[in-house]
Design a protein around this ligand. Sequence first.
Ligand SMILES: Cc1cc2nc3c(=O)[nH]c(=O)nc-3n(C[C@H](O)[C@H](O)[C@H](O)COP(=O)(O)O)c2cc1C
Length: 422
Amino acid sequence: MTERAADARHWDDLSEQSRRWGLALPDGDPFRMLEGPVAMAGRSARNAVVLQPMEGADGEEDGSPGPLTLRRYRRFAESGAGLAWLEATAVDPAGRANPRQLRLHPGNRSRFADMARMIRDISLDRWGFAPLLLLQLTHSGRYARPASLPPDRLSAGDRAALPARFAETAELALDAGLDGVDIKACHGYLLSETLRDGPGLLLECVGAVRSRCGEAALLSCRLNLYDGIPDEPGFGSDPLAAADDPVSGPAAVARSLEAAGVRLFNATMGNPYRNPHVNRPFDQGPYPSPEPPLRGVLRLLEGARRLKRALVLPDSAVVASGLTWLRHQAPRVAGGLLASRSVDFVGFGRQAFAYPGFLADLRTRGTMDPGRCCLCCGKCSELMRGGRPSGCPVRDPDPYLAIYREMRASAQAAPGRKGDRP
Ligand SMILES: Cc1cc2nc3c(=O)[nH]c(=O)nc-3n(C[C@H](O)[C@H](O)[C@H](O)COP(=O)(O)O)c2cc1C
């Protein structure tokens, strides 16, 4: 029997469908996410909203932020979120996911410092506070395409050098004025892929950052809780269906990370190349979603709730991912999650591309505008897959509609060339 998909515009529809699966849709005060401070590891964010890391593939050749990168972060800065989680930034030239991925190195530290200052100044000017700023550090492993060429396999020497690469880049990020760094261990990239064999390499990288930066860095980890690729050994189990292995599963890994100094966890799942419906529930994507998108949203939220329950230190905090598909109902779900202390922060990814004014509207009009919300149409991912700068061609047409049209036209002129970007 095919299931009628719930309509994200109608609360009753969402909650009835959740109930039919035996799941509860969190429900609470929509303004709760604007409240703060939210504390972790001696720092605090002004409110509980996180702008998720969203790669734009619009950096300069040497990895510095380009004009479109700065434009994206200007829009983010104007949003009034408490924490801006800056996108995947390579620790090594060979580990870039695309030739335009950001990369931080001694030669461009001042460019990152300028960007951090810009974000703080804009937010201070508009809202009277500066958001916490984290930089996501990554090596793309099997998905590295630094110059549009197939990646070389990572040698044993490269692998041994990786903790030092993370530590050096983390120190540069602190020098550039960031509050902390995220050691990316999700979405199938290198440290995520190695999790299925145990957390050894991830813990080494965290340990190297910790010993180089000490308490000065807010240390975070974006952690895949469930890889979700059928018939392949992966990490984590579907939290809507099963309990995880208490010894080797995500809860145990998270506690090891806590012991190593990580205090902020960003709960995520899936692989944008293999199962984007798990990572970013969509209405339209590269294939029809094999499940109602609401189920994907509930899986992400349940994973975050279980992660929070697994942590033992009182000053550790968890960010929930995957709220964008809920459109203007997201603040109500966020309110329920925060009131029950299921998580400490709520993260918005695609919504921040489409509608960076969503918090301002919530504050001033009492609601998000359904007509300005992200449509979950997949075009931002399509741009990235096509090797173009990513943004929202629908809600932010200048400049992204022209970029999108050019990409479609060149794909039609050269059919059969498939992109391989997330
Ligand atoms: C175009 C695009 C770029 C992304 N870049 C990153 C990234 O750099 N790092 C990361 O951890 N996740 C990245 N993600 C995943 C998002 O952070 C987020 O987890 C996902 O979109 C689900 O959240 P949402 O429903 O709020 O969009 C990206 C997603 C998209 C669509």
